[in-house]
Design a protein around this ligand. Sequence first.
Ligand SMILES: C[S@@+](CC[C@H](N)C(=O)[O-])C[C@H]1O[C@@H](n2cnc3c(N)ncnc32)[C@H](O)[C@@H]1O
Length: 188
Amino acid sequence: MSNLITRTTELAMSVTLTYIKPGDTVVDATCGTGRDTVVLARAVGNEGRVYAFDIQKNAHLLTETRLKSHGIANVHLMLQSFVSMSDHIPERSAAAVVFNLGYLPGGDHSITTTADTTIEGLEAALRTIKPGGIVTVVMYDGHDEGAEEKKAVLEWAEALDHKKFHVAYVSLLNQKNCPPEILWITRK
Ligand SMILES: C[S@@+](CC[C@H](N)C(=O)[O-])C[C@H]1O[C@@H](n2cnc3c(N)ncnc32)[C@H](O)[C@@H]1O
């Protein structure tokens, strides 16, 4: 296994995977290029189901291509905002909901997740996970919108009812160039 604490996105996913078993329903809230979608689809297997949201058609094309190249067919691509998650997925049904915030790598940097919609999406995600399920958020504060978004997300998460949720937050404290940070929330 690689040196996990140096690779934040892998660390985020490796913890998330311990909450997922074959046959589960999971959500990739921001599928982007489809990297996380492939990992999630493999974890739930053919009997499981992945809902992959993104607001950009381009992201869906990239994800679709990646899924095809891996022979994966258990993913429902949703060309919609993650705030609509509850309209499509029953409450308390998903083992995991994964957010990778920010803009599409190699894409238009002005199309990015924003504080208000992200909080709305996180509220929907908490309704969507089942007891014992997890919401994973990878956050980037190296751009203006991302810094504001991270602040809002942390304030929101800190205020979650400790009787219902456990919240953990990881930051690479001594690293330069704003490395991503991780938030995990699990429902009791
Ligand atoms: C950092 S990228 C995700 C990277 C992805 N995890 C991957 O493996 O490539 C963030 C994505 O969030 C998408 N996004 C922005 N706002 C969104 C929203 N409200 N709902 C769903 N996706 C959104 C962007 O279009 C972008 O593709």
